[in-house]
Design a protein around this ligand. Structure first.
Ligand code: DGJ
Length: 727
């Protein structure tokens, strides 16, 4: 619920459990007064403290009043060059080279429903949303800034976006435009980020805020494997079930910056948005720039509830129709089984082994097109390699479909190999600065997706493939960090736009594909989880979580991912042992338990499995299908933290009506004289009685308060699952 008090210029956003408030004061400076547990209406600006602090200047209107400084007051959207020395949200400047932004409140507008952003991903929905638009202006610069707030009350979700308009007669350069600025009048918070590298994405790191700026960012052109555009701030003592915490996700898949600053008065500012690195957007008179959306959830009761609110909102209000509710197929993918070395017969063998085990979709991965026999050639040549697949998709797809499987295909639209027909015809379509040699990544170059002619050509070629067979799934891959960023299609003073225009180009093509093929399931992938962000999820309902399919490593990767993103978004497969990334061997049962807490599939040569393995797989697939709604749409509870606690990792899915739950666990490395352990469950109805694995009668309160005794595990990384159903 949005409450406006126009007399006092107080604007309050209430969600189910939280309240957010700002106030335009006597100088029309928009101050941030509160974000925390829900409180009654009223002007909370009494919380804002004023004091004369040395080296903190005073705006002109304040005269000689020295206790009024933008440097000490909590700002709603921080400015630059006029007295606030903390992290700026926005920087712009006219042709004279100055760089000041002095924004003052002009008016506000309450809009029913949810705003949308042209060309950018955004949460959506008809029900339960309200929008507030606050207009600010820098009168001298003739610049307007609109702050958008979307409130999804039931989910405690507040979205934000920013639109900057040049109202003057001359061009203005925009050097920075954050999507979110969040000021706190306290600095004693912990900063939580999700970091790693290729095949080790989204490991959780928690540190107390220290003085100065601490940040995570990407300048790789992707949101990156290395840092995720989702961060948290929380009370020092906050944990899964207790304490105040804030989560902030940026719906953006390119260069981002998330920075927290503990400043001189112990106050703290979080900003999040497009990374200012090599960003400069030229706004001609009358033009506007829209910054990507950011989304915040505040939970007064720990991390778990914050995550569940993000999960619900992402499942229901970010993932697009028809996939937000639609059942996704259990898939078999040939990549780890064959890499580039396959022919039609091999694919048919793998599919033939998968169909009787209950799998529903066969995905033909990299290597089916052009001269693609290794990762050094072929990208850009989106036509079937008939040496591998005689008769093309017209011959292959019907064979797969006859087995009862649907057909999916891998593409990497943003890339080009130097050894390709496309590169020989259009070498200038790859990013590259004239006079400099190319920097290769995985032996490939990046296409200039800021260019419409390049995008149109690639999309046309891929569309021909999609139209040539009944294809129900596309895996959209992207396998390098971007470098040599320069576009032959833009003048020198617009080269600072290329990184962002590239991502807008990716979004435009994804949107086109979604519209042309409404039932097509697109799985995002960026060398595994290099673009696992809420922006991508708007177009691709699931994303390959990591190239690391080792079940033990995946416990940590999926744990970190779950802080913002739901199980139904996490691509997870059972692969062969020894694992390709780690060389580790764990049982098929363990691999299945871990992978089925994602979108679930297999990535191995099933035609080479033993009868015993096939029986296990068949049981796993049947179990997953039986409990699909519980796993994919239920509430997710982290029961342990694999980064802090060694003996086992456990998690739980609970149905929204709490009548069903599935507890999954993988033990740690084996040890002698293992201590007795009891696992306390979460999220059950204390008043209900449950059967556990079809037996007994245990009350919800008993299972949550007293717990469930664990067996003594022998051998490393043993799995356990408990299925609970209310009697
Ligand atoms: C990286 C992906 O993450 C893998 O799953 C696979 O599709 C390869 N690329 C293919 O090149």
């Amino acid at each position: 619920m949005i409450v406006l008090d126009p007399q006092n210029n107080v604007f309050t956003l209430h969600t189910k459990h939280t309240t957010y408030q700002m106030k335009a004061d006597q100088y029309r400076v928009l101050l941030h007064s509160y974000y925390g547990p829900r409180v009654r209406d009223g002007d909370l600006s009494y919380l804002i403290q004023y004091a004369d602090r040395g080296a903190s200047p005073n705006p002109n209107e304040a005269g000689h009043r020295r206790d009024y400084s933008l440097d000490t007051l909590p700002q709603e959207y921080s400015t630059c060059g006029v007295g606030d020395y903390r992290l700026p949200s926005i920087e712009f400047g006219p042709e004279d080279g100055s760089c000041l932004a002095d924004l003052r409140y002009v008016n506000c507008q309450l809009v029913p429903g949810k705003y949308s952003l042209e060309g950018l991903p955004a949460f959506w929905g008809d029900q339960g949303w309200e929008t507030l638009v606050i207009r600010m202006e820098d009168a001298a610069a003739k610049m307007a800034v609109e702050l958008y707030y979307g409130v999804l009350e039931e989910r405690d979700l507040i979205t934000r976006a920013v639109r900057v308009i040049n109202q003057g007669e001359a061009p203005v350069r925009l050097y920075r435009c954050a999507s979110l600025c969040l000021d706190f009048q306290r600095g004693d918070l912990d900063f939580i980020t999700f970091d790693g590298c290729h095949a080790q994405e989204r490991n959780l790191h928690r540190t107390p805020l220290r003085h100065g700026v601490q940040s995570v960012e990407s300048v790789r052109g992707t949101s990156s494997h290395h840092h995720n555009p989702f961060v948290m701030l929380c009370d020092r003592e906050a944990n899964e079930d207790y304490g105040l915490c804030y989560g902030a996700a940026l719906l953006y898949s390119g260069n981002f910056l998330a920075a927290a600053e503990r400043a001189h008065l112990e106050h703290n500012r979080l900003i999040m948005g497009i990374n200012p690195y090599h960003f400069c957007w030229k706004l001609e008179p009358g033009e506007a720039f829209t910054a990507p959306e950011a989304a915040m959830v505040c939970s007064p009761s720990g991390f778990g509830e914050m995550s569940r609110q993000f999960h619900r909102a992402i499942r229901e209000n970010l993932i697009h129709d028809p996939f937000q509710g639609k059942r996704r197929p259990v898939l078999i993918n040939n990549w780890e089984a064959t890499e580039f070395t396959f022919d039609a017969r091999k694919l048919v063998d793998i599919a033939g082994a998968a169909a009787p085990l209950g799998m529903e979709l066969f995905v033909m991965d990299d290597g089916w097109f052009g001269k693609r026999d290794s990762d050094q050639s072929g990208l850009g040549d989106w036509f079937v390699n008939e040496e591998k697949l005689p008769g093309g998709l017209g011959a292959l797809v019907p064979k797969i479909k006859e087995m009862g499987l649907s057909f999916g295909i891998w593409v990497e639209p943003e890339m080009i190999s130097e050894d390709s027909e496309l590169y020989r015809a259009h070498p200038d379509w790859a990013f590259g600065v004239p006079g400099r040699p190319h920097t290769r990544g995985r032996s490939q170059l990046t296409l200039d997706f800021s260019r419409k002619d390049v995008r149109d050509h690639i999309y046309g070629a891929i569309k021909t493939v999609l139209d040539s067979g009944e294809i129900s799934y596309v895996k959209w891959d992207m396998n390098r960090s971007i470098s040599d960023v320069w576009s032959a299609a833009l003048p020198a003073d617009r080269q600072g736009e290329v990184f962002h225009r590239y991502i807008l180009g990716v979004y435009e093509m994804l949107d086109q594909m979604r519209q042309d093929y409404p039932g097509l399931l697109i799985e995002g992938c960026t060398g595994g989880g290099g673009r696992f962000d809420a922006g991508m999820l708007y177009y691709t309902p699931q994303i390959w979580c990591s190239d690391n399919t080792d079940a033990v490593d995946r416990l940590g990767i999926q744990y970190g991912t779950s802080f913002c993103y739901p199980v139904s978004a996490m691509g997870a497969h059972v692969s062969a042992v020894p694992n390709a990334q780690t060389g580790r061997r764990v049982s098929m049962e363990t691999r299945g338990v871990v992978a089925m807490s994602g979108t679930f599939g297999y990535e191995m040569d099933l035609s080479q499995t033993t009868q015993e393995e096939r029986e296990i797989i068949q049981t796993q697939v049947a179990f997953f299908k039986e409990h699909y709604d519980l796993i994919q749409k239920g509430d997710y509870y982290r029961l342990t933290d694999p980064f802090q606690y060694g003996p086992y990792t456990a998690w739980e899915h609970v149905s929204p009506d709490k009548r069903e739950a599935l507890v999954s666990l993988v033990s740690g490395p084996a040890r002698s004289s293992e201590p007795f352990r009891i696992l306390r469950l979460k999220g059950l109805d204390p008043a209900l009685d449950y059967q556990v694995n079809g037996e007994g009668c245990w009350s919800g309160d008993l299972l949550m308060e007293a717990g469930w005794p664990l067996p003594l595990f022998r051998d490393d990384y043993q799995p356990m699952q408990l299925y609970l159903s209310a009697i």
